[in-house]
Write a protein that binds this ligand. Structure first.
Ligand code: IMP
Length: 429
């Protein structure tokens, strides 16, 4: 059994794209199990930056199989665009990229409703891609799956029912539902034909691959604090990026999961609304944003920046059973005089060492910081842990102690070679 889950331990944007790209070289299958085109991985291919939203970043390696499984929501138009982009870049997809027939399809009304809800009283700061409304339909048992999208009669019937159900909110917001329905039906003709060759029983494919002892990498989108159950609810996404999400989202049993790896940024960022205890509103926040190029790959929004939050990462390590951590963007902390690490939260005189479920505590708690001296000079380019400035080494070791999992790899840049293998003995698969 050679299965590895790679997931984000903060609010997404931890640099999973680079990590997956790094590990995909050793993998045979790369699988996306939740989320949709709300995610965005910036990759470097042949020295050119490249953004993928839906298709796993492993696609850049020839001969790897890439799957989008049932837990993902798929916008067929966005998928087609991404496939076109890959073809233009001369990256073949045919015969090695597949989508689950059970994945749910995102349609234009999902996007419209997402936008409308964001203008209302409960603003989540979503990516406005339609993710939440599409997952809501799935839970309401009125969703349309890829297999339904391919069967014209089934689709027409479901579309009728869905538009009727959504008519009040759409009409109230001046959407011409007759025109909308017509457009969706017209688009389906071409899109269904386009996606059909990629549609498969991905759960079965994974089982077969496991039986042949193939190396399978499950790649999460977003991060633990955006998890529907374990994140900063309701300021979360509508799926489960945590390790448990793989079982439901890809259709494999928990006994088939061998290894879980968490990707963690050396500081913290988040986009969208919601509590963020360690947020910095000062020059250090601006410094991290600029040095770390902290702008959303999907929406271009500036990310909120803050110190490392050990409460958050400890929580992530626990809920996903993380065995290894990969630390990213340590180089973006060069030349900060004093570094702070949040080790606990304080609310009304009480100390919280575990991530609190209460919205009030999440919102109003203040961070309890530990201070450490920073490190000077350029560390980008260093490939040996012992060659890092002593203060950088101490920072890494302290983070490990606080979060309860070893940092076995450090990434100091987007390029593959900008990596320190702290523990050379680790077997990822
Ligand atoms: P949604 O997933 O578009 O519904 O957005 C819900 C929340 O998740 C918002 O705060 C988004 O900013 C956040 N979010 C969704 N996808 C990503 C991602 O890939 N990186 C970081 N934040 C994300």
């Amino acid at each position: 059994m050679s299965t590895l889950i790679v997931l984000g331990t903060q609010w997404g944007d931890e640099g999973k794209g680079k990590v997956v790209h790094y590990l995909a070289e050793q993998a045979d299958y790369i699988v996306r199990y939740q989320g949709g085109n709300n995610a965005g991985h910036t990759l470097i291919h042949k020295n050119k930056p490249f953004v993928l939203h839906l298709i796993p970043s492993g696609i850049l390696f020839p001969d790897r199989y890439c799957l989008i499984t049932n837990g993902v929501v798929i916008d067929p138009k966005a998928l087609r665009e991404e496939i076109f982009l890959l073809r233009k870049t001369k990256i073949p997809v045919k015969g090695r990229f597949f989508i689950s027939e059970q994945a749910h399809v995102m349609l234009p009304y999902h996007k419209l409703i997402d936008g409308i809800l964001e203008e209302g009283d409960i603003k989540i700061g979503t990516t406005k891609r339609g993710i939440g409304p599409c997952y809501a339909d799935k839970v309401k048992r009125i969703g349309i799956r890829v297999i339904d999208y391919l069967e014209k009669d089934v689709f027409i019937d479901l579309l009728e029912k869905n538009v009727l159900e959504k008519a009040p909110i759409l009409i109230k917001n001046n959407v011409d539902i007759v025109k909308l329905k017509k457009e969706i039906l017209k688009d389906r003709e071409e899109l269904a034909k386009f996606i059909k060759p990629f549609v498969a029983n991905t759960g079965f494919m994974i089982e077969e691959a496991m039986n042949r002892n193939k190396k399978i990498l499950f790649e999460s989108a977003q991060g633990t604090l955006l998890d529907l159950d374990f994140g900063t609810y309701p300021y979360v996404t509508s799926s489960n990026p945590i390790a448990g999400g793989v079982c439901v989202g890809a259709g494999i049993g928990p006994t088939h999961i061998k290894n879980v790896l968490g990707v963690v940024k050396a500081y913290t960022t988040r986009v969208g609304e919601g509590p963020f205890t360690v947020e910095l509103f000062d020059q250090t926040g601006d410094f991290l944003r600029e040095k770390g190029k902290e702008y959303g790959a999907t929406t271009g929004r500036p990310r909120r920046c803050g110190w490392f939050d050990a409460v958050v990462v400890r929580h992530s390590v626990r809920v996903s059973g993380i065995k290894h951590l990969i630390l990213t963007k340590l180089d973006c902390m060069e030349d900060i005089k004093t570094i702070k690490i949040c080790v606990a939260y304080k609310y009304k005189g009480k100390i919280y060492k575990e991530f609190p479920a209460s919205r009030t505590i999440q919102k109003y708690a203040t961070p309890v910081y530990e201070h450490m001296p920073g490190f000077n000079g350029q560390i980008k380019g260093i490939t040996d842990f012992k060659k890092l400035p002593v203060n950088a080494q101490r920072y890494v070791k302290r983070l490990e102690q606080l979060v309860g999992a070893p940092i076995d790899l450090i990434s100091l840049g987007r390029k593959r070679e900008e990596t320190i293998e702290v523990n050379k003995k680790v077997k990822w698969f």
